[in-house]
Design a protein around this ligand. Structure first.
Ligand code: NAD
Ligand code: LMR
Length: 328
């Protein structure tokens, strides 16, 4: 008998990220080839386009794809899902910051949080990719009182992967030699990609690079503003890389991160590293069997403290803004 398929919901499934994400999911990139059932949510006007995407999924004859359901009713689509990837939200355009999307996108996550609360499987995990991702995750979690807050996370894995790629290019190392990378804070221009705890081939990355000017004037802004650079170059926001990071994050969460390394995930703070309890902020985490834990005991110097505090202050402002909008 074949194993029960993992039921995975994807919202915004007819969008740009969806067009890359669905095919990777269906081909087994998340489950390692084990069966997966896709539950695809869209707004009513996009359902026709989504039907076309499903025709293409059919045409791939993926052995691991055990079924596809589409619809515009979150309570039907989220029914019994083990994983919900909340991608559907408006992307920013040139000149906008992700936080500018709060009022446009926030309401999506109240309704979806409520629906997940009602109908998702008991073991559900919820990954938020739609921007502003951290605060949208906070909104969804606040509207799902019966789902433990630890089951919600927001995507900073794309930033994490971007940081690895930049460090590999600078040092001439392979991406597989870069470990212990951390993104702290918000998935925004204030995020802090931390080189001081990262390693290149087991050596401290800051010492290998030995160039504080490069860290401050090139590495941090390049990673933090990569999304804007892509929008500027492509005319639309990152899609394939966002889909790939969404899968990396979900795979590690569900099936465990590599031993002797950690990953970056935006998760609800327990007060670690001075991040106020309850904010959804990015931390270094290890994951095992669907649970994450924040890596403890890292020394935070004055430079890193200032960067983390600035990003956390922005998260507090976002939380205040959605409180005022009545979304949490
Ligand atoms: P897109 O506009 O191409 O697609 C978004 C889709 O969401 C559309 O098809 C739209 O119809 C759908 N949608 C809107 N409201 C919905 C709702 N209530 N329920 C279900 N579906 C709904 O956008 P995209 O390029 O796919 O990006 C999606 C989101 O992901 C944006 O907010 C973008 O900024 C964000 N993003 C985040 C990261 C990250 O690293 N966290 C990276 C890239 C993009
Ligand atoms: C990204 O980081 O590429 C996305 O969040 C899209 C954006 O608005 O930058």
């Amino acid at each position: 008998m074949s194993p029960t398929p993992l039921k995975v919901a994807v919202t915004g499934a007819a969008g740009q990220i969806g067009y890359s994400l669905l095919f990777r999911l269906a081909s087994g990139a998340l489950t390692g080839g084990a069966p997966i059932e896709l539950r695809l949510l869209e707004i009513t006007p996009a359902l026709k386009a989504l039907e076309g995407v499903v025709m293409e999924l059919d045409d791939c004859a993926f052995p691991s794809l055990a079924g596809v359901e589409i619809g515009d009713d979150p309570e039907k689509i989220f029914d019994g899902v083990n994983l919900a990837l909340l991608v559907g939200a408006r992307p920013r355009g040139p000149g906008m910051e992700r936080g500018d999307l709060l009022s446009a996108n926030g309401a999506i996550f109240t309704a979806q949080g409520k629906a997940l609360n009602k109908v998702a499987a008991d073991d559900v995990r919820i990954g938020v990719t739609g921007n502003p991702a951290n605060t949208n995750a906070l909104i969804a979690a606040s509207n799902a009182p019966d789902i433990p807050k630890e089951r919600f996370s927001a995507l900073t894995r794309l930033d994490h992967n971007r940081a690895i790629s930049q460090l590999a290019a600078k040092t001439g190392a392979a991406v597989t030699d870069i470990t212990h990378m951390t993104i702290w804070g918000n998935h925004s221009a204030t995020q802090y990609p931390d080189l001081f705890h990262a390693q290149v081939g087991g050596r401290n990355a800051a010492e290998v690079v030995n160039d504080q000017e490069w860290v401050e004037s090139y590495f941090i802004p390049t990673v933090a503003k990569r999304g804007a650079a892509i929008i500027e170059a492509r005319g639309s926001s990152s899609a394939a890389s966002a889909a790939s990071a969404t899968i990396d994050a979900a795979r590690d969460w569900l099936y465990g991160s590599a031993e002797n390394d950690w990953v970056s995930m935006a998760v609800v703070s327990d007060g670690s590293y001075g991040v106020p309890e309850g904010l959804v902020s990015s931390f270094p985490v290890t994951t095992k069997d669907g649970d994450w834990s924040i890596v403890q005991g890292l020394e935070i110097d004055e430079f890193s403290r200032g960067r983390i505090d600035a990003s956390v202050a922005e998260l507090e402002d976002e939380r205040n803004a959605v409180q005022e909008l009545g979304l949490i």
